[in-house]
Write a new protein. Structure first.
Length: 470
């Protein structure tokens, strides 16, 4: 008698080769012939990784072991692949036996099913793992492609040289002849370094002031300006913005001797530029000053539609100074905007109040504009407003001509030399005729008015007294 043959298939293939099997997949082995077979033994005889546990073989079929299965391990994530050697031993009734070996497993990152310890002619009946070994040797030692100093890459399974990327210097840098560096799978479509949206950290850390905080550090070679530019150089690609975001108690520092100096107090600019920052003393005020020759602070541009200064409850706009409190070049004046219902609103001008006991309050003074040469003094008036265009003077301090300074009462229009011609007096009071003569009496006081040029007084009892005839 002779030993029965021990040939078997791996996942249906009878070819002598390293059989591919995915992680987690079931691998099935089937004996090709059961003639004369009295006993069947399946054995895992080797693995490609020293710490890889042997697989559990589950025999089945008739007789038991005519077929067998194993389950591949899960992906270890190291890119090394996993392979196993399996041995089938069959024997006849008198104990004569034969054995066959096969290799199966998952290929590594180089698309090669790894060699199993103890492997001989298991993946090729003549050369065994010789082809695999020579392929690895060629890749590692003798397979460089392209020209000298070119970066090597996998080109269809073989090493090749990248013609546009070379190693330079003391083999510590890469030179790119043309092209760009790309990060991620959906990068920008232009630029030398093309980064996708939401890339996470792009540049690493640098310790900040010896603390455990970190900062993004950009530096040049010092021979030219170390500028950080947002947008294109000629400004043709639309608006560009630079956003600087930090947590509380973080500091934004720009150091320089001519262009900009930033510290915890202010942003210091050359003459004509200005400075801003946080005031000292623990407050959160924004402190704005100017080092220009005219010591002026400018908000907005001469061609802008409006400039807004906004705040929450409390002081909306505050001016401190030793000479001028507030000056305006516009003839429009200072006013509060119209609203749907202004009955509950208030616009107040108030002098300074004293905080120490027994001290007087500060004066509130309304001054007309100063004259130049022999011109008239600027008038001051209190008016009632009908519709922003129709207004009624209730009180007017005016200067009509030389030696004609007059306080006008109840004259709805501005006082003119028609009402106060030459020789009508200086530092006198003008009272306009009543638009409607009172027909009822006031309570708790009397009514002073002019009628047809006569000065009259109506007491609370209804008696009308002519104090000065027309």
């Amino acid at each position: 008698m002779t030993a029965p043959p021990s040939l078997f298939s791996v996942n249906g293939s009878t070819t002598v080769q390293a059989h591919a099997a995915n992680y987690g997949a079931t691998v099935t082995f089937v004996i090709q012939s059961l003639t004369g077979v009295a006993s069947i033994v399946w054995t895992i005889v080797g693995t490609s990784k020293s710490d890889q546990a042997a697989l559990v073989i589950t025999p089945s079929g008739t007789p038991s072991g005519a077929t067998a299965t194993v389950t591949m391990p899960s992906d270890p994530g190291d890119g090394l692949g996993r392979s196993f050697g399996i041995k089938l031993t069959v024997a006849n009734s008198v104990g004569e036996s034969s054995s066959t070996y096969r290799v199966f497993g998952k290929a590594n990152a180089a698309s090669i099913i790894p060699v199993v310890n103890g492997e001989e002619l298991w993946r090729d009946a003549t050369y065994g793992y010789t082809d695999v070994f020579n392929q690895v040797l060629n890749t590692v030692y003798g397979g460089a492609g392209g020209s000298n100093t070119q970066l090597q890459y996998n080109n269809g399974g073989a090493l090749d040289g990248a013609s546009g990327i070379t190693v330079v210097g003391s083999e510590t840098a890469l030179a790119f002849a043309t092209g760009y560096v790309q990060f991620g799978t959906t990068p920008a479509t232009s630029g030398l370094a093309r980064i996708p949206n939401n890339p996470g950290r792009v540049i690493g850390y640098r310790a900040f002031d010896g603390t455990d905080r970190s900062m993004l550090y950009l530096a040049g070679n010092g021979s030219t300006f170390d500028d950080l530019q947002v947008g294109d150089a000629d400004g043709t690609s639309g608006n560009s913005s630079l956003y600087l975001n930090a947590k509380s108690q973080s500091v934004f520092v720009v150091a320089g001797t001519t262009r900009c100096v930033v510290n915890t107090v202010a942003v210091l600019m050359p003459q004509g530029i200005g400075l801003f920052g946080a005031r000292q003393g623990g407050g959160s005020d924004i402190f704005i000053a100017n080092v220009a020759s005219d010591n002026a602070n400018y908000f907005g541009a001469t061609d802008s539609a409006a400039t807004y200064l906004r705040s929450g409850a409390g002081i909306g706009f505050r001016l401190d100074g030793t000479t001028d409190g507030f000056s305006m070049a516009s003839a429009l004046g200072l006013w509060k905007s119209n609203v749907a219902d202004a009955s509950a609103t208030l616009f107040a001008l108030r002098g300074a109040g004293s905080t120490a006991s027994n001290n007087s309050g500060g004066k509130l003074r309304l001054d007309g504009g100063r004259r130049a040469g022999s011109g008239n003094y600027g008038a001051v008036s209190l008016r009632l407003n009908q519709d922003d265009s129709t207004l009624f003077n209730m009180l007017e301090a005016t200067h009509l001509a030389n030696l004609r300074r007059i306080l006008a009462l109840c004259r709805t229009a501005d006082l003119t030399t028609t009402e106060m011609p030459t020789n009508t007096g200086d530092l006198v009071t003008y009272i306009g005729n009543a638009a409607a003569v009172p027909s009822a009496s006031a309570v708790g006081g009397g009514i002073l008015y002019a009628e047809a040029g006569a000065l009259k007084w109506r007491g609370s009892g209804g008696t009308v007294t002519t104090m000065g005839p027309a």
